[in-house]
Write a protein that binds this ligand. Structure first.
Ligand SMILES: [Zn+2]
Ligand SMILES: [Zn+2]
Length: 167
């Protein structure tokens, strides 16, 4: 998604652009991301003395694999960010201002970064997903198995060994 700077300068009110973009190859960067839908983006851009103010909102859906039970699930991702750009070298040394060469700002890398930040490192299909049984592999959200996987406190384990003598 590219913005043409002279167009922002010429506009007498903030320029609004809406686009749906593909973030190609993003699935390769996130192990649990199966597929990302095209991303809807709305950008508002304005200029003042060589400084371009860009505000972007985005929304998309991600197909993910639950990191506990390995089931596929979908999650809506949405967010917004603001960034200042300039094409004047004398202003670019200020913090937080990105320097752009030429007449265009390519926003795709910024959108990609914002979407990546929203993807959880270890996604879970629901709060409290019980995951798979480490012994037999059943999905503990759907089935109950008889495996004893709960870890017994070693102090209690000692007590379990004690037998009360029967008469
Ligand atoms: Zn799960
Ligand atoms: Zn089990």
């Amino acid at each position: 998604m590219r913005l043409y700077l002279p167009e922002i300068v010429r506009a007498n009110k903030p320029l609004v652009r809406e686009e749906t973009i593909e973030l190609r190859g993003i699935e390769r960067e996130v192990p649990q991301l199966v597929r990302l839908d095209p991303v809807w983006v709305r950008v508002t851009a304005s200029e003042e003395s060589g400084l371009f103010h860009v505000h972007a909102e985005h929304r998309t859906r991600a197909s993910l694999t639950c990191s506990r039970c390995l089931s596929p699930f979908e999650k809506t991702l949405s967010g917004q960010w603001t960034q200042e750009f300039t094409n004047r070298a004398d202003r670019a040394d200020q913090d937080q201002i990105c320097f752009v060469e030429g007449d265009h700002i390519d926003l795709t890398p910024y959108i990609r970064e914002a979407v990546l930040l929203e993807l959880p490192y270890a996604p879970v299909c629901r709060e409290g997903c019980k995951g798979l049984c480490p012994e037999c592999g059943v999905d503990r959200n759907r089935e109950t198995c008889l495996c004893r996987t709960e870890r017994i406190d070693p102090r209690l384990a000692v007590l379990k060994e004690l037998r009360i003598p029967e008469d």
